[in-house]
Design a protein around this ligand. Structure first.
Ligand SMILES: [Zn+2]
Length: 417
């Protein structure tokens, strides 16, 4: 394979040797001073002292990518929950909400999720691909090298397929990895002629086999909430998904509780939102293998409370942090900024914040090849122009990476753009 040595870095933060669950103190953060990364094709061969790796690199005639100045290197960030496949804008909803209008008043004025469904259905697959690429490129400049992307604005067999095809196509164009998820159970479409149960039965019997056959996704998500779907409605839907070998993930406890219990019951990979979780739900999640995912972008977008992240960690839970980037409740889509802010409000250590957007986020997507810098893992890493890693979160997202490497290739270089 084609090898290269990249470095020297003032600090490498490999995010190795840390537990998947529970609190982490900053004393536990492993820092490799004056380090380098030996890359073998798309993967990391080894991480260590630059001087040692230089000897190795010469033995195997690796290319030397020598960096000038001080850099801190971290794993490429992972955004494990987004809705960046959509059309239209909900700027009017945002203005109305901030002006004190209620959810119902906004819906009456033509806003809400249904507005995005209407716009997304009108858009061609090609238009959706363009929108995903535009948004994913912005995420890349913020250091995000893996993005989960949900459907859920199609809400019919054909329209959900169109969205998932758009995500698949955008994935072939971008250096970023897009992980698709089917969220046909986002809401009962207003134009559906039957009941919620009938809609879910149609999706699971007609759409699920197509998803498998066409390789469109291996993940099924549902919005369990008052006004969306109840535990009772979702149970046969998830049973069918499990039976067919899909991974399950849940929009849980955003405004009312109940979703996290379903997530634990179905041994979901993750339960996301959890702003409304009480001690009971936190205990339940902490005892399970479900990754609890906080979505500070939705709290900031709606002006609501944050997920009780500190309490989740203290109880022994695994905490990922994602942007929930969507046109309605979380239009910002800047993971590093949102994770920094969640850290401030929930009193998370820097290491807990980094864990939430690296290896714990990888676990929230059931991916075991990224989120840490070590031999055998994907060579996805980001560089910041500083000699002290603490500067990054201290700047609350305003300090952006200067270089992004994806699968061993330099895909963004601030100095050259
Ligand atoms: Zn969401």
């Amino acid at each position: 394979m084609y090898m290269k040595l990249i470095g020297p870095f003032k600090q490498i933060i490999p995010m190795t040797g840390l537990s998947l669950k529970g609190s982490i103190s900053d004393d536990e953060l492993n820092i490799v001073e004056d380090g380098g990364i030996l890359v073998d094709g798309e993967h990391i061969k080894s991480v260590g002292k630059y001087a040692d790796l230089l000897v190795k690199a010469k033995e195997v005639s690796a290319e030397l990518v020598e960096l000038k100045g001080n850099h801190v290197c971290l794993p490429g960030l992972i955004d494990s929950h987004t809705h960046i496949c959509y059309s239209g804008s909900r700027a009017n909803d945002y203005a109305m909400r901030n002006a004190g209008k209620t959810y119902l008043e906004i819906a009456k004025a033509g806003g809400g999720i249904w507005d995005t469904v209407t716009q997304t259905r009108k858009a061609s697959k090609e238009e959706l691909v363009k929108g995903i690429i535009k948004r994913a490129k912005r995420h890349l400049l913020n250091g995000v090298t893996t993005i989960e992307v949900k459907s859920g604005y199609g809400l019919s067999v054909d329209e959900e397929i169109k969205m998932l095809r758009a995500i698949k196509e955008a994935n072939t164009v971008l250096p970023t990895d897009l992980i698709p998820t089917c969220l046909a159970a986002h809401m009962l479409p207003r134009d559906y002629p039957g009941t919620a149960e009938e809609y879910l039965a149609e999706i699971s019997t007609v759409l699920f086999p197509i998803l498998k056959e066409k390789g469109l996704t291996n993940r099924i998500d549902a919005f369990i909430e008052e006004g969306a779907f109840t535990k009772k409605m979702i149970t046969p839907y998830f049973e069918k998904a499990k039976e067919m070998g899909f991974d399950i993930t849940v929009h849980a406890d955003q405004f009312s509780t109940g979703g996290s219990e379903v997530a634990v019951g179905f041994n979901a990979i993750s339960a996301d939102h959890l702003e409304a979780s009480t001690s009971k739900e936190i205990e339940l999640l902490a005892k399970s293998n479900v990754i609890a995912t906080a979505l500070p972008g939705a709290s900031i977008g709606l002006g609501c409370t944050f997920t009780p992240a500190r309490q989740l960690l203290e109880a022994g839970g695994a905490l990922a942090i994602a942007s929930d980037h969507n046109p309605g409740s979380a239009p910002m889509g800047d993971l590093l900024t949102q994770a920094s802010i969640l850290g401030t409000f929930q009193k998370l250590t820097n290491t807990e914040v980094w864990a939430g957007i690296t290896f714990r986020a990888a676990a929230a997507l059931n991916l075991s090849d990224r989120g840490q810098l070590k031999g055998g893992f994907l060579a996805d890493f980001i560089l910041f122009h500083t000699d002290n890693n603490q500067e990054i979160l201290y700047n609350q997202g305003a300090f952006k990476p200067c270089m992004v490497w994806k699968k061993g290739e330099l895909v963004y270089d601030k100095h050259k753009s």
